[in-house]
Write a protein that binds this ligand. Structure first.
Ligand code: ADP
Ligand code: MG
Length: 482
């Protein structure tokens, strides 16, 4: 037995529904939530004699993903039939890609909670069609079949077994989620099933280079469930092995209510599916020009943008990561900086990640529904930058802006929040405060330095928080010292 304990090995297969209007091999709509079987045409229903025609938009989105992860785009790839029977698969086979996928290789960089990073390699990403849905509720001993989802384009993104913990797996899944939304190939809606993952998990003695027998936990549609399912499965497999048992290669389901995985079916082998090239579809050929066209339309990617925010704006890695969590957030931030001036990029970052994020969070809003737009926020931050108000008063103004009371300047004027920067006026207040506290003054001069804060507090109180903090500090030091 090893003394070094066990090491987990995890690889993910992520299914991202591609954001096309029509299906991958037919003209039927892909919109979510339509009444059952209203968006399935003869091709999706598997009628004899009909032929699939590839949706060029789905291919472009797959290429876009491949380029975003630095993968190779196969100049020629092949659609294959994956044969199995299931009521929600009327053709008796799923059209997928097997030996020659369109996207080959690539990698993404993940960042863990402790700030450390890791590169996760991708094996491939291939195009395939989704199956329909079997509905078991409300059918009293029968199953309903809804074929609206049949033929919906999917990109299956397969990682190498490079992940070593449930946390790494969740970070990886988040990264892919960020990326597919960022490049606009998938809406990422996990509740609707547009983004879901299968986790392949094995454990082996620490230090071993051989892979252990794995199980596959299918259909994980939240980051939390993915993490917990893997956590459970690592514990279960370790227990089995420590008891001298063997892991059975199988497909398992995660039950969130009981927080455990349960066997679903024994793992099928590739040859169970009798894959063969689909004779109804020509090999998929992509020209260099077509790839370049997709490349030319690629937005600046999140990692590149985060690196630029760090280098150009002087932001820390954590701030830059938050600001590039989605394109909407990054756009918002860049609009604030554009209106405010690049010199205040850090102030803008602090506010977007701080006050703005907290307000959105509190009200359960996405940034597109922010009640203070980027130009308005820049207006407020400009008043901090030019010393009209302090950062503390600015929070009060921000809340008023959020509540719809108008722009920063109007609120500052109406509420009389302008900072007192008139030295004479401040000196007068300071003299009064000092005169009113002779005991504290004596103690301070006798060496009780901590009392400095007390005097600052008294002056701020007397000015209702409006004394310019830097000036108040400077003047107080002078007056208390003498
Ligand atoms: P299949 O097509 O049968 O699901 P693949 O060989 O394509 O199998 O692998 C699917 C996923 O499982 C990949 O993400 C891969 O990295 C991962 N994987 C393969 N072997 C192991 C293993 N022993 N432990 C953990 N993950 C594994
Ligand atoms: Mg699999």
């Amino acid at each position: 037995m090893s003394t070094g304990g066990w090491e987990a090995v995890i690889g993910l297969e992520i299914h991202a529904q591609l954001a096309t209007r029509s299906k991958i091999f037919s003209g039927a709509a892909t919109a979510y939530g339509a009444p059952p079987n209203t968006q399935a045409c003869l091709v999706d229903l598997g009628y004899p004699g009909v032929l699939p025609v590839l949706n060029a938009a789905a291919l472009r989105l797959a290429v876009r993903f491949g380029l975003a992860v630095g993968a190779g785009i196969a100049p020629r790839s092949v659609f294959a039939r994956k044969n199995y029977f299931y009521p929600d698969l009327p053709k008796g086979y799923q059209i997928s890609q097997y030996e020659l996928p369109v996207v080959q290789g690539g990698a993404v960089r993940i960042t863990l909670d402790d700030g450390s990073g890791k590169t996760v390699r991708l094996t491939r990403a291939h195009l395939e069609e989704d199956a329909g849905k079997s509905l078991h509720e409300n059918f009293h001993g029968l199953s309903g079949i809804d074929l609206n989802r049949a033929g919906t384009p999917l990109l299956e993104i397969v990682s190498e077994p490079d992940l070593r913990s449930a946390k790494e797996a969740a970070a990886y899944m988040r990264k892919i989620h960020q990326l597919v939304r960022w490049i606009g190939i998938c809406d990422g809606n996990m509740q609707e099933g547009s983004f879901r993952g299968d986790a392949n998990v094995s454990v082996r003695p620490a230090g071993s280079t051989q892979l252990g027998t794995r199980t596959e936990i299918t259909n994980l549609n939240s980051f939390r469930f993915l993490e917990r399912a893997i956590e459970f499965e690592i514990g279960r497999q370790t227990g089995v092995l420590e008891d001298g048992g063997r892991i059975v290669q199988e497909t398992r389901l995660y039950d969130p209510d009981r927080d455990e995985t349960r066997p679903m079916r024994s793992k099928e082998e590739a040859n169970d599916y009798r894959y063969f090239p689909d004779p109804d579809l020509l090999p998929l050929e992509i020209s260099e020009a077509a790839i370049e066209e997709v490349r030319a339309a690629m937005p600046e990617l999140p990692d590149a943008k985060a690196a630029r925010f760090t280098a150009e704006c002087g932001l820390g890695a954590a701030d830059a990561a938050l600001l590039t969590a989605s394109r909407e957030i990054a756009d918002y931030y860049e609009a604030v900086v554009a209106a405010l001036g690049a010199g205040q990029a850090r102030l803008a970052a602090t506010w977007v990640n701080g006050e703005l994020a907290a307000a959105l969070n509190r009200d359960g809003l996405g940034i597109e529904a922010a009640r203070v737009d980027p130009v308005a926020l820049a207006g407020l931050l400009g008043r901090i930058a030019d010393d009209t108000i302090s950062g503390k008063i600015a929070k009060e103004v921000f809340e008023a802006m959020w509540a719809g009371e108008g722009g920063a300047d109007a609120i500052i004027d109406r509420k009389g929040l302008r900072q007192i920067t008139d030295t004479g006026a401040l000196e007068q207040v300071i003299d009064q405060v000092i005169a009113a506290h002779p005991g504290q003054l004596a103690d301070y001069r006798a060496g009780k330095d901590k009392l400095f804060g007390f005097f600052v507090g008294q002056v701020m109180k007397a000015t209702q928080g409006k004394g310019n903090p830097a000036q108040v500090n400077g003047l107080l030091r002078r007056k208390l010292g003498s």
